[in-house]
Design a protein around this ligand. Structure first.
Ligand code: 5GP
Ligand code: ZN
Length: 115
């Protein structure tokens, strides 16, 4: 499925729900998390609907590499100089709330709310 009309992050990709975007290309969108756990907290998502890491196949390897490598660039642009975390939650026991694959990238001075 490319676009799921009931999916929150597909709606953000489509511009139906506003977001504070920090990066966009043909495959990827990055925006600030609405409830940040850290001083800087962005979500990097594929534009195409992929529900979770449990749905990832060999076909997504390049896409995931691109998403992962974007994190450090965004942290630098957003002024993070002292380290950051990449986190992907998967499924109920993984704490995933939004069923559209997303990479959390968090940084900034501690203490943080979570993580
Ligand atoms: P999860 O628990 O699924 O890994 O994380 C979902 C994340 O999406 C949470 O950190 C939550 O704050 C964020 N989030 C949920 N709804 C929205 C929204 O409408 N806009 C933005 N920017 N972030 C959202
Ligand atoms: Zn989606």
């Amino acid at each position: 499925m490319t676009h799921d009309p009931n999916c929150l992050f597909c709606k953000i990709v489509a511009g139906q729900i506003p977001s504070k975007k920090v990066y966009e290309d043909e495959d990827i969108l990055a925006f600030h998390d609405i409830h940040p756990w850290a001083p800087v907290h962005v979500l990097i998502i594929p534009k195409r609907h992929i529900a979770s890491m449990a749905d990832v196949t060999e076909a997504e390897v390049a896409l995931l590499g691109k998403m992962t490598a974007l994190g450090p660039k965004l942290m630098k642009e957003l002024g993070v100089t002292n380290g950051f975390r990449h986190v992907i939650n998967t499924g109920p026991d993984g704490g995933q709330e939004v069923l559209h694959l997303h990479l959390h990238v968090m940084g900034g001075p501690r203490p943080w709310l979570k993580g």
